[in-house]
Ligand binder design. Sequence first.
Ligand code: GLA
Length: 389
Amino acid sequence: MNSKLLKEKFIELYGEGGDIREYFSPGRVNLIGEHTDYNGGHVFPCALTIGTYGIMRRRTDKVMKFSSANIRSGSVVTVDLSDISYKKKYNWANYPLGIVWAFKEKGIELESGFEMIIWGNIPNGSGLSSSASIEVLMGKMLQDQYSIKSLSMLDLALIGQYSENNFNGCNCGIMDQFAVAMGKKDNAMFLDTSDLSYQYAKISLPDEKIVIINSKVKHSLVDSAYNERREQCAKALEQLQKVVDIKTLGDLDIETFEANKSAISDEIVRKRAKHAVYENQRTIRAVEALKRNDVEQFGKLMNESHISLRDDYEVSCKEIDILVELAWETDGVIGSRITGGGFGGCTVSIVRNDAVDVLKEHVEKEYEKKTGLKPEIYIVDIGDGARRI
Ligand code: GLA
């Protein structure tokens, strides 16, 4: 599949004519700063060149038609504008439908329906944000097709998050939608989630590659475990606020956290808070290291991030730990960690150019031996955010 074939599919499904427009929205990988975005901390993601293609045309009646070329070809989910609600049977279409719902919640009601089709090449459940990619894609398609000039790309990111939180029921932070909407070729984004201020940081690594390895596992209960982590952080914050004047866990430096952590009564909740605080400080230090071209230090901080996500935040799993360890034991791997929400998905590693093939071979051989699964390995190209093409 490619965008030309997708257009042919669109026409096959909905017919010719009218103002048919094409769009693309990327996936993202987070380099460091995991589970900090709902704690007022920093993140450091970048947009990928893989993502979701979308095609849309407006209709004159009130009918919305959704189709995905990734799902059974030719099937269409039809919803009337007067009856927008989450329905299990809509399956994947709840993501784009949620955006129409969120627009309405924000006071932007569509006067007519549309037809759309999408196709994506982000592996599902890989932790590379296939859902945020669809959400921001849909926002961009509606903004452009209905000429909604008041909405910025940042607004589209916030609408995507709002929809995911309130329509699709995952209480995610802003990182994924932000990265997908605001991505810039060859740059990562250093985002402070406490006030949404951000800087682009050029990623120029002439001697290294960023490598993503897909474990091919997605453990169930991802959303419920994610929401549980969020609640634990909220609990820690509530208890810490009795002894220190902070708005979020991201306001704490390590010394202040260590001096006050006994205010958190539950040991597990204390570990969760420790990760949130340390990971935020690590992210700040990692970006400083990158600015001074200290890639080695950046890699060390990635490794520390993994250990903290594995032991304190407990969002890793056996398969991901195997991938990270295989990377750690390969000469020329500068850093490696789990990326994204966790419980499966992908690892991200920084690897010296001359070690990429060695790592590939090592992982392909050993991972399958240890887990029975075939990993997928991608070399990352950092691309732009969601756009009309
Ligand atoms: C998921 C969420 C993000 C973020 C990451 C963990 O990808 O959607 O908001 O919390 O997990 O860093």
